[in-house]
Every structure is written in structure tokens, then in C-alpha cells.
Write a protein that binds this ligand. Structure first.
Ligand code: MUC
Ligand code: MG
Length: 376
């Protein structure tokens, strides 16, 4: 009986803390160690699946923290899923929805692990569940976020020289807009090989800041402005977008399908950043892409600095999308000094390559996991 063989037997969670290559700054948070929750799901047939629940510098990018994610999974989500057949993912998502509202990173990692185990059992790549991969690699940008222009120039030049990244996302909002523009100018001048220049203010600018500084961003050849205003200021974003010569990208403003539809209908932006931690599941992530496109937004493959496990999960969906004009930003696997997988994802020729093999296509490194599992 396939349903009995693929019933969920056990779910475990581990908080992992990996050292980053450098401090990563955002308008409202920063991190030097990346913490996440590893979710492991074992089926009755013995097959194990894995998933990654990401946060960024504590409960600051969104409300979830590694501690809350672990507690919500262990106490509220996991018990109701024991015995559920892995192929019944719609029923599993409904059960999780009844057990806890939001908690999207927790739900997303749990669903990833279940679908990984299911597709490993079926000996299919995870992308098969989303219609199959339409591409085997996705363009990938690199984020500059130390705030020190000279360090950022050196970092970006190394990426260009190694042909790993030519598109860059510059994090703004932890300095004044004037300081940000000076830093951007320095980066633009110092990096003639840069292709796309994207900026993300992580809700740190006001509407007046946008009015004052959009012309300078246009003169610097900025391709995309991500979430300049607070996520709940739909009216402000719509006013800024209406007068901006540069497309705006909706990030923190829209998690649910209804928020995406509303942001699109109100004209808050013309690009949407897809993220597992916003959608709360890979199935919902694939749906979010359809909703965003139907609401008039182009698609961008967003991240929350996931490592290879979370990046592979996103890639399974991204690879199946008919259109992904902005590529993705899953540079996370290169933000760590060490990873907990044996086969970190490959970045080559400015693209992130889809792993091969069944399921997610990445394998846990138990020794590294033991080393970096957080004990407290
Ligand atoms: C965000 O807001 O986009 C993704 C890349 C990065 O540098 O920060 C994150 C979150
Ligand atoms: Mg963002």
C-alpha cells in the first residue's frame, strides 16, 4: 500500500548556526552567524526528507525566530502529521493551517521535507511536482551588504572575475539616503563589468525619501527598487511606483495570495519577490507565482539567505516557472564558511545550477551537522 509506505513516521527539528563569511547588513537587522532550523521527516519506508526554515538576524525580517519555528513545529505542527501519507500534501497543508496561523517559515520547511521524502521515494526530482524543470540553471545575483564601499568593490570584483555573478543587489537603509547614494555611485563607477544593479531598502525609506532620491537612482542606472517603504503602506508604494521611472519590487508587503493580488491591483510594484518564508510552502510558492503574474507583476526568485537545502527547494519551483525574467538571488550557499550538505549547489557562469538526483538533490553531511547544531 503506497500510502502506508509513505506515511510520516517521525519529524525532528534542529537549530543550526553557521558562521557567515562577513557581516550582512539590512535596514532593520544584521547577522554574522546564520541560524536556521533543519527539519527532518522520516517516512514508514525509511526514506528521509529535509527542509530548511530561514530567519534573518532573529525575529526581525519577519516575526519568526529559530526558537519559535522549532517550538511551533515540535509542539503544534508535527504531532498532527504523524501517520499522514506524504502524497496528500493538500490535506497536510490544511492540517498545518488549522494548527497554526502564519508561521510560514516553519510550515514551508516542514512541507519541503515531506515533499523531498516523497520524491526521493518516487525517484523523481522535486521539480516534477511542479510540472518539471523548464531550465537546468537560473541566473543568480550577489548581494553587497557590508556597507563599506571599498570592501564591497573588492568582493564584487572577485565575483565578476570568477564569472559567478554580474548582477548585484545593494542593501540600503542602514545609512542615510545621501550616504547610500554616495556608496552606490562609488560601486557603479568601480564596477564597469556590473550588469543589473538592484537596490533593496527593506522598508527603510519614506515616501519623501523616494521623491528626493529616485532621480539619482535612475541616473545610476538602477534596474529595480525593492520594498523602499514600510510593507503595510500600499498607498504610498502605489504613489511612488506611479511616478518612478524604475520598476518597484514588492517584498515584505505581500506574503499571502490576497496580499499579492491586492499589491498588484493597487499598482504597488511591477515585480514580485517569491520566497518560501512568505508563502509557507512550496505548493503555495508556485501558486504565488501565478497570482503575481495575473496581478500584473513580473517574477523574481527571492531568498532569505538560505543555504543549499533551502536554495534547492526554491530552485525546484523556479525551474518550473514559464517566465522568470529577473532570475534569482540564491547566493546564500556562498555566504557560509561551511555548509551542512555534502554537495553545495554549484554557481558557475553567472547561474545557479539545479542539483540532479531525486528529491531536493542535496545530501546532509552528518559530521558538519553535528558540529554546527546549536546545543542551547
Ligand atoms: C530581502 O529582504 O530581500 C535577501 C537577500 C538579502 O541580501 O537580504 C534578503 C532579504
Ligand atoms: Mg527584500
Amino acid at each position: 500500500d503506497p500510502d502506508r509506505d509513505t506515511a510520516i513516521r517521525e519529524i525532528t527539528t534542529t537549530i543550526v548556526a553557521l558562521p557567515s563569511i562577513r557581516r550582512h547588513r539590512l535596514s532593520n537587522t544584521e547577522m554574522s552567524t546564520r541560524e536556521f532550523v533543519l527539519v527532518r521527516v522520516r517516512l514508514e519506508n525509511g526514506v528521509e526528507g529535509i527542509g530548511e526554515a530561514a530567519v534573518l538576524g532573529g525575529p526581525r525580517w519577519a516575526e519568526e525566530s529559530v526558537e519559535s519555528i522549532k517550538a511551533v513545529i515540535d509542539r503544534y505542527l508535527a504531532p498532527g502529521l504523524i501517520g499522514c501519507p506524504a502524497a496528500q500534501w493538500a490535506g497536510i497543508a490544511a492540517r498545518m493551517g488549522r494548527a497554526a496561523i502564519r508561521n510560514n517559515a516553519a510550515k514551508g520547511a516542514l512541507e519541503t521535507a515531506i515533499l523531498d521524502a516523497l520524491t526521493r521515494t518516487l525517484e523523481l526530482p522535486l521539480a516534477a511536482l511542479f510540472g518539471g524543470a523548464l531550465r537546468d540553471r537560473v541566473p543568480v545575483l550577489w548581494a553587497l551588504a557590508s556597507g563599506d564601499a571599498e570592501q564591497e568593490l573588492e568582493e564584487a570584483r572577485a565575483k565578476l572575475d570568477r564569472r559567478e555573478h554580474r548582477d548585484f543587489k545593494i542593501k540600503l537603509g542602514f545609512a542615510t539616503p545621501e550616504e547610500d547614494i554616495a556608496r552606490l555611485t562609488r560601486l557603479r563607477e568601480g564596477l564597469p563589468g556590473m550588469a543589473r544593479l538592484i537596490v533593496d531598502a527593506n522598508q527603510g525609506w519614506s515616501e519623501a525619501d523616494c521623491r528626493r532620491h529616485l532621480p539619482a537612482l535612475r541616473d545610476l542606472g538602477v534596474s529595480l527598487i525593492e520594498q523602499p517603504l514600510p510593507g503595510d503602506d500600499y498607498e504610498g508604494m502605489a504613489r511612488v511606483a506611479a511616478q518612478s521611472p524604475i520598476p518597484l519590487m514588492v517584498d515584505e508587503a505581500a506574503f499571502t495570495h490576497r496580499e499579492i493580488a491586492r499589491a498588484g491591483a493597487m499598482g504597488c510594484g511591477s515585480v514580485y519577490s517569491l520566497k518560501l518564508v512568505k508563502s509557507g510552502g512550496l505548493m503555495a510558492l508556485a501558486e504565488a507565482a501565478r497570482v503575481a503574474e495575473a496581478a500584473g507583476m513580473e517574477l523574481y526568485g527571492g531568498c532569505l539567505l538560505e543555504g543549499s537545502i533551502g536554495a534547492a527547494a526554491h530552485l525546484a519551483v523556479f525551474a518550473s516557472l514559464p517566465r522568470l525574467p529577473w532570475g534569482c538571488e540564491h547566493f546564500g550557499p556562498r555566504m557560509h564558511r561551511r555548509e551542512i550538505v555534502r554537495d553545495p549547489l554549484l554557481i558557475e557562469d553567472f547561474h545557479l545550477h539545479l542539483p540532479t538526483g531525486p528529491g531536493l538533490g542535496v545530501e546532509l553531511d552528518e559530521d558538519a551537522l553535528a558540529e554546527f547544531a546549536r546545543s542551547d
